[in-house]
Design a protein around this ligand. Structure first.
Ligand code: GLN
Length: 280
């Protein structure tokens, strides 16, 4: 069987997915250990039986709903290729908006940054890779996530990132940062979308935040002030229907210059503000 024949059969089997071609190509690249350009260059190459079987096992798991990123063990984020595991959320393209916005802030060349609930390390590592004088601290509640993020850090030799286990601020030594950034859990406990698609396979602890989805965002807005320099920034991702509620939480936390930005789909996706409120 050739590469083209195998991909066509896989797409046929996966025809309910709107990313069937991409899924099949990514799975085959992972089995063969090649880049996608290889598949285009050698469409008529015959596959080894062992590779075909390995591909078939992954395809069956994909057909049962498992996210491609968990099957191949990596996900692209910003300029990085990050290891992922079922211990963390899979980095989303929307979250690159936080990275982009953080890089636009008027911060010092040697700014200090805190990433809360870092998961794979995506936000922290992307920022550290763009600003090698920034000192980035990144924490996660799950020790397995911290270990994973540490492997991702080592992979890119980002010596300006320090990772450790902490539930939000609990184990962070008293200090003040220039920027606190977070993609916390923000889905409502009873949201029906939790039982559909890829999120079924992701850890609920990284997705769900109480009955209104705002438990963790509330905590971040209340407590960040203690860990920010005067004029420091808090920036959080949130659900597309939570913009107004999150702006209120920022205001209640004493933030000024509160602003919500939309993702590429035009949906309210993140809010930022500076601390403390400047009195005019
Ligand atoms: N944006 C993700 C989703 O809707 C949720 C990410 C999160 O809770 N931080 O699947």
């Amino acid at each position: 069987m050739t590469i083209t024949q195998l991909l066509q059969a896989a797409v046929q089997a996966n025809r309910h997915s709107d990313t069937a071609w991409l899924d099949a190509e990514l799975l085959l690249c992972s089995v063969l250990g090649v880049a996608r350009s290889f598949l285009k260059t050698w469409p008529d190459r015959q596959l080894e039986e062992a590779d075909r079987q390995h591909f078939d096992t992954l395809l069956q798991r994909r057909l049962a709903g498992e996210p491609v990123a968990y099957l191949i063990g990596t996900q692209g984020f910003w300029t990085l290729e990050l290891e992922v595991s079922a211990a963390t959320l899979i980095p989303r393209p929307e979250t690159e908006l936080l990275v982009e916005t953080a890089l636009e802030l008027p911060l010092a060349a040697d700014a200090t940054v805190l990433d809360l609930g870092t998961g794979t390390g995506a936000i922290a590592l992307a920022l550290a890779s763009e600003r090698n004088l920034w000192r980035v601290t990144a924490v996660d509640l799950q020790p397995q996530a911290v270990e994973l993020a540490e492997r991702n850090r080592q992979r890119y030799q980002l010596d300006n990132v320090t990772l450790f286990t902490s539930s939000w601020f609990n184990d962070i030594p008293a200090q003040q940062f220039d920027l606190i950034v977070s993609n916390p859990p923000y889905i409502e406990r009873d949201d029906p979308h939790l039982s559909q698609g890829d999120v079924r396979f992701e850890p609920a602890s990284a997705l769900v935040s109480g009955s209104d989805g705002l438990n963790d965002l509330r905590l971040l807005c209340q407590r960040s002030g203690d860990f920010l320099k005067p004029g420091g920034w808090l920036m959080v991702e949130h659900g597309y229907q939570q913009g107004a509620a999150v702006r209120e939480l920022f205001a209640a936390g004493g933030f000024a210059g509160i602003e919500t930005r939309c993702d590429l789909n035009g949906l309210e996706r993140m809010t930022l503000g500076s601390y403390p409120e400047t009195k005019t």
